[in-house]
Design a protein around this ligand. Sequence first.
Ligand code: MG
Length: 245
Amino acid sequence: MHRIKSLLVSSAILFPVFHAVAQEAKPQDTEVWEPVPAIVTLGTAASAPSDAIVLFDGRNLDSWVSDKGGAAPWTIKDGAMTVAKGKGGIKTKETFEDFQLHIEFRTPEVVKGEGQGRGNSGIFLQEFYELQVLDNYNNKTYSNGQVGSIYKQAIPLANPSRKPGEWQTYDVIWTAPRFNEDGSLKSPARVTALLNNVLVQNNFELLGKTLYIGKPFYEKHGAKSIALQDHGDLVSFRNIWVRKL
Ligand code: MG
């Protein structure tokens, strides 16, 4: 009895103390100081941030190969690389899983064709998943195939296209799909993309590989290249860099 009484007394004394401590919570209590994010020196409009892997700086195609094997056959002029019509796409020598990608493209100033036949190329994220490149300035096509789309899967949230012949920017955050040992899907690929600094894909979960015909599905793979499409139009690219995440 005496012990219970003393416990009651002590908790009666302690309770206001705890209460007072709780009241004395400071803003500093919820500040987290470690780890410190690494300082990155920003690039200019035409160069990469300090921790990026530069994939194309306007001088050579050393980081690229033909998707048919061998040297990348595209042409370089005035700091830009351009599709060599009919010679096939190109892909990076290095392979990637999760990454941030910056890439600039320009569709031909002289407009030819319409719909999918006008300034068509594509950025194949991990080789299988196409972020569409198309001249959609006053050019109608199916919504899930226009610039900013994940081709035939995700309609872009906006169409912030610049005029044909003007340089446009893509900034992409890619999360690779993950697979189980048996090949089944563990988690789908996800993409966020900005076209000319306007959000066009917001953390979209992909349904599988890009297909021209039929419904997309996944097949197990690991790190893959970033590839650029030859769709027969003279689309140019410049200032390409990637940051592995
Ligand atoms: Mg395309």
